[in-house]
Write a protein that binds this ligand. Structure first.
Ligand code: NAD
Length: 294
């Protein structure tokens, strides 16, 4: 991985794209000698453009890994029953090791019902209650861990080494898909973990205690330089689409990158940080399910 020091900023820019490329290449090497072809089914309901981009990237990466890749693009008015029937078929399809339903779903479909319908052993997003419970309980051997938290852990260990015992981690955000599972995962690494959320008083004071600051909120540039301890490692999970005064759009994170980069030891950019690692971890989880099936 090529992490580079930006000429403008002190912090090392963590190269999530480069790290993800290396992981994808090593998965492809493993698949070449595996003896079976891992299969990943990705389901998209509707035509949300951001979701389409994510789904296409996932299918493309699956092919690069040498997986059998099945993409289902379903119309916006797909019924919950029809989606549950498709999941049921995929649950019993031996060619398919991983099933992913891209969120969000249209209003007529209950996402919780859909997630809980996926066979937990094929739940490569790690959102099924069985997998969430296993992570919480530390029963990781049979668990599938959510991809974004796994990607964050990889990047942190790349910067700080595998041993994270005693580090103070502050996680901003408590969603079921990022905040809570990343906090559990870092707790398993013997870190001291504090969660900051929308009800927290003086969040900046708590964030300033962090050796490792993980931000997953969805508020553009919420975290400023005075929220960060000098020398901290900052992982920005946020992906926010913003337009400038001329109407030109771009993606930015939940962290004010330029300001925080002057204080942090290392920081993930948006785009090119956690996002590519999330997809790489999806491929790693799919490979893991296929290996468990051997
Ligand atoms: P969410 O909306 O489900 O949860 C946001 C959390 O932030 C909530 O727990 C809430 O309590 C907390 N929060 C809201 N305002 C806050 C504030 N002012 N201070 C502190 N906490 C506050 O969001 P999510 O699904 O966890 O996603 C968070 C962000 O991460 C979004 O921008 C999303 O697009 C992005 N995301 C990126 C990836 C990736 O691969 N890079 C993956 C998943 C999500």
């Amino acid at each position: 991985m090529n992490s580079t020091v930006s000429p403008l900023n002190a912090a090392k820019r963590i190269d999530g794209k480069g790290c993800a490329d290396q992981i994808i290449a090593s998965i492809a090497d493993r698949v070449a000698i595996l003896g079976i072809q891992p299969g990943l089914a990705v389901i998209l309901v509707g035509a949300d453009s951001a979701s389409q981009t994510y789904v296409n990237s996932k299918s493309k990466r699956a092919k690069e890994c040498g997986f059998y890749s099945a993409q289902y693009d379903l119309p916006e008015d797909t019924s919950e029953v029809a989606l549950l029937e498709l999941i049921e078929q995929l649950n019993v399809d031996d060619q398919i090791h991983g099933i992913l339903v891209q969120l969000p779903l249209p209003d007529q479909i209950d996402p919780e019902k859909v997630i809980q319908a996926i066979d937990p052993t094929k739940d490569v997003d790690g959102f099924h209650f069985n997998n969430a419970g296993r992570l919480q309980a530390g029963a990781l051997e049979q668990a599938l861990i959510p991809c974004t938290p796994l990607g964050c852990l990889h990047l942190i260990q790349h910067e700080l080494g595998a041993e994270l015992r005693g580090k103070h981690v502050v996680v901003v955000g408590r969603s079921n898909i990022v905040g809570k599972p990343v906090a559990s995962l870092l707790l398993q690494q013997d870190c001291t973990v504090t969660t900051v959320h929308s009800g927290t008083v003086n969040p900046e004071q708590i964030c300033r205690l962090a050796d490792i600051l993980i931000v997953a909120v969805g508020v553009p540039q919420l975290v400023k330089a005075d929220w960060v301890k000098p020398g901290a490692v900052v992982i920005d999970v946020g992906i926010n689409y913003v337009e400038d005064s001329s109407g030109k759009g771009r993606l930015i994170g939940d962290v004010h990158f330029d300001a925080v980069a002057e204080k942090a030891a290392a920081i993930t950019p948006v785009p090119g940080g956690v996002g590519p690692m999330t997809i790489a971890m999806l491929m790693q989880n799919t490979l893991l399910v296929a290996e468990r099936a051997l």
